[in-house]
Design a protein around this ligand. Structure first.
Ligand SMILES: Nc1nc2c(c(=O)[nH]1)N[C@@H](CN(C=O)c1ccc(C(=O)N[C@@H](CCC(=O)O)C(=O)O)cc1)CN2
Length: 287
């Protein structure tokens, strides 16, 4: 029997917790504010930014949004980031990815002050993560940890195979898992014998952007599969795992949609609250 992990439900609970804390903070005159920056008209990015803005408002936070045209220059985006960085009403800033080809994401992200880096993607935030020091953590990897914690899946001593080495998920997740005492194997779509890496694992996380990469041949009976992929197909949204074929193989699996995706937004709200509190408490992944 395979259990489907209801990420949407866990994300809802975290969002309610954040909203309650925002309401309490508002009594003392602090209202967290999040600024989303969207450059261009990528349809998926527009959907994600709209979802983030809805979540911000529902949590009682202030919504600052900037939309730049697809031909925006480095200086245009840098000027917007600098203005938001200087605005005391703005607790967090995020630059929606991917950016149009003429822009260098890493350079622009590094203009965001580390105290407002609610995506946890600046070089400084990633460096703090790699060193195991306090700091804001990237949303999707933190969301995956929160999901596993909420399901009561122990990480200490567990063998986790991370398939995918991207900046947004695979690399930061590897550090988060190591800091929680997991044994981590990292593979990707070019790994010669992928099954040899994933089959011994208790938990397989797949974040490659390759639709249907992971199937029953890659997963030990009873293992947990966390699917981070999102692909729009004629049959609807699909992930990087062949979910139908994993029924009765995986012990637990996240669905697409309704698994990891909603957790990304829930953690973004938690990170914004943390940023607004200016490090007055240790960063923890909400459960
Ligand atoms: N600056 C960032 N850019 C991007 C990030 C990020 O964390 N920071 N992550 C992804 C996209 N993303 C958030 O930005 C994101 C992806 C998916 C979902 C989500 O809730 N998905 C739903 C399905 C919704 C749909 O696609 O129709 C689900 O899985 O249930 C939220 C956020 C790339 N860019």
């Amino acid at each position: 029997m395979t259990t489907t992990i209801d990420g949407a439900r866990i994300a809802r609970r975290i969002r309610q917790q954040v909203a309650a804390e925002v309401a309490a903070a508002a009594l003392s005159g602090t209202v967290p504010g999040l600024a989303t920056i969207l450059v261009g008209d990528d349809p998926a990015s527009a959907v994600y930014v709209a979802a983030k803005r809805r979540a911000i408002t529902e949590a009682g936070m202030r919504d600052f949004h900037r939309h730049l045209p697809h031909h925006a220059t480095h200086d245009d985006v840098a000027a917007v980031i600098d203005a938001l960085a200087a605005d005391p009403e703005v607790s967090g800033i995020l630059l929606q990815l991917p950016l149009p080809v003429q822009l260098d994401a890493a350079t622009l992200i590094d203009r965001i002050p580390v105290t407002k880096d609610v995506d946890g993607l600046t070089t400084t935030s990633l460096g703090l993560l790699a060193r195991g020091e306090q700091g804001l953590r990237p949303c999707t990897p933190s969301g995956i940890i929160a999901l596993l914690d909420a399901e009561g899946i122990a990480l200490k001593g567990a063998h986790v195979a991370v398939v995918g080495w991207g900046e947004l998920v695979g690399r930061p997740l590897t550090h988060l898992l190591l800091s929680r005492g997991a044994t981590v194997s990292v593979a990707h779509e070019h790994t010669t014998d992928l099954a040899a890496v994933t089959r011994p694992a208790d938990i397989v996380v797949v974040a490659t952007g390759v639709p249907g990469l992971i199937g029953p041949e890659h997963v030990r009976h009873g293992a947990t599969v966390i699917d981070v992929g999102i692909h729009r197909t004629s049959a609807g949204l699909r992930g990087d795992a062949r979910t139908g074929e994993l029924i009765d193989v995986a012990g637990r699996i996240t669905p697409v949609p309704g698994g990891v995706g909603p957790m990304t937004i829930a953690i973004l709200l938690a990170n914004t609250l943390y940023a607004a509190e200016r490090g007055t408490r240790p960063y923890t992944v909400p459960v």
